[in-house]
Design a protein around this ligand. Structure first.
Ligand SMILES: Cc1cc2nc3c(=O)[nH]c(=O)nc-3n(C[C@H](O)[C@H](O)[C@H](O)COP(=O)(O)O)c2cc1C
Length: 159
């Protein structure tokens, strides 16, 4: 295989950019910014995410079996950047970011455009990320708007 072609073609996959949250233990939460998110079924409504192994978020989702996906709005690059760093390095990432919880206890950002939350149905442990499938059990829309895309940020995560 042509390694460079593989990298370029995989980077041509178009993505959004989301803050993916989970519950940690009894009364804590964490979240990370990620783009590997896609719907994979209408009925039941299923969503798949790719989560880096060994991160607080990956371990947290596997333990709590729940996660939220916060859809950011075009222009909310700064909000996305608050959740790129590992919790283990920076401590609490929420600082001044307001959130609430609904059905699963996963964090829902007040400033997100919309959100949905899932209960984990399937886990595929292969490669350097874990493929986690969840059934959407609750959702909400905070306002009308255009979702943030990975392309808008000029960043890449893929290849
Ligand atoms: C542009 C970009 C996209 C990312 N997308 C993902 C992703 O889809 N899945 C993932 O596990 N990590 C992704 N990351 C890396 C996480 O944001 C990073 O590992 C984060 O520190 C994990 O947080 P935690 O250790 O607090 O759980 C991405 C990073 C960047 C810069």
């Amino acid at each position: 295989m042509d390694e460079q072609a593989k990298k370029t073609a995989l980077r041509h996959i178009t993505y959004g950019l989301y803050v993916i949250g989970t519950k940690i233990g009894e009364d804590d939460v964490n979240a990370f910014t990620g783009n590997w998110v896609t719907q994979v079924s209408f009925q039941p409504p299923l969503v798949a995410i790719g989560v880096k192994k060994g991160t607080t978020s990956c371990d947290g989702i596997l333990e709590s079996r729940v996660f939220s996906v916060n859809v950011l709005e075009s222009g909310q690059k700064d909000l996305a950047f608050k959740f790129f760093k590992p919790l283990k390095r920076v401590g609490n990432k929420f600082e001044d970011v307001e959130f609430y919880t609904s059905t699963t206890g996963s964090p829902i950002l007040r400033d997100a455009l919309s959100w949905f939350e899932c209960r984990v149905t399937d886990v595929v442990d292969r490669g350097d990320h874990t493929l986690i499938v969840g059934e959407v059990v609750d959702a909400g829309v905070h306002r009308d708007g255009k979702p943030l895309t990975l392309a808008e940020t000029g960043l890449f995560y893929g290849g």
